[in-house]
Design a protein. Structure first.
Length: 131
C-alpha cells in the first residue's frame, strides 16, 4: 500500500472552487443513505484487515456520510424531508455513531450534526440548511 509520507501547505489556491447548483453533490439522490452505509461497511472491513485501530477514521467517515445525506435531503419539501430525516436518525449506524462519540471532541460542523440527529431536531436542520 502507498502511504502519505509528507504534507505541504501552500499559500496560494491550487484550484478555484465554484458551486454548481446542478452538480451531483448538490442534487437529491434517493438512495444516498443506503449507499453511504454500504461504503462505511466496506471500509470497516478494510480497516479490520489492517489490524490497526482505525475507529476514529471510520467515525470521521461516518460523520461525513451523515452530513452528506442530511444535506442531500434538505432539497426536498419539508413533508418529504421529515420521514427521510427520521429514517437516518433512527438507523443503527447513526445511533452507534452518536453513542460512541464524545461531543466535546467534535469539530463545530460535526457537533451540529451530532446535536441535530441525537435530539431529532429535523426542523432546526432543515431551516439552517435552507436559509
Amino acid at each position: 500500500r502507498n502511504r502519505i509520507h509528507k504534507v505541504t501547505i501552500v499559500n496560494k489556491p491550487l484550484y478555484n472552487y465554484v458551486v454548481n447548483e446542478g452538480s451531483l453533490t448538490l442534487s437529491y439522490r434517493k438512495n444516498a443513505w443506503n449507499k453511504m452505509k454500504n461504503l462505511c461497511s466496506y471500509l470497516s472491513k478494510c480497516f479490520d484487515e489492517d489490524n490497526v485501530d482505525n475507529s476514529h477514521r471510520l467515525n470521521g467517515i461516518k460523520y461525513l456520510a451523515l452530513h452528506f445525506c442530511l444535506r442531500n435531503i434538505t432539497g426536498l419539501s419539508y413533508g418529504d424531508y421529515k420521514p427521510e430525516f427520521k429514517k437516518i436518525c433512527h438507523d443503527e449506524m447513526t445511533k452507534d455513531l452518536l453513542h460512541s462519540t464524545s461531543v466535546m471532541k467534535l469539530s463545530k460542523s460535526n457537533m451540529l450534526i451530532w446535536l441535530v440527529t441525537r435530539y431529532n431536531l429535523s426542523r432546526t436542520f432543515y431551516i439552517l440548511k435552507n436559509r
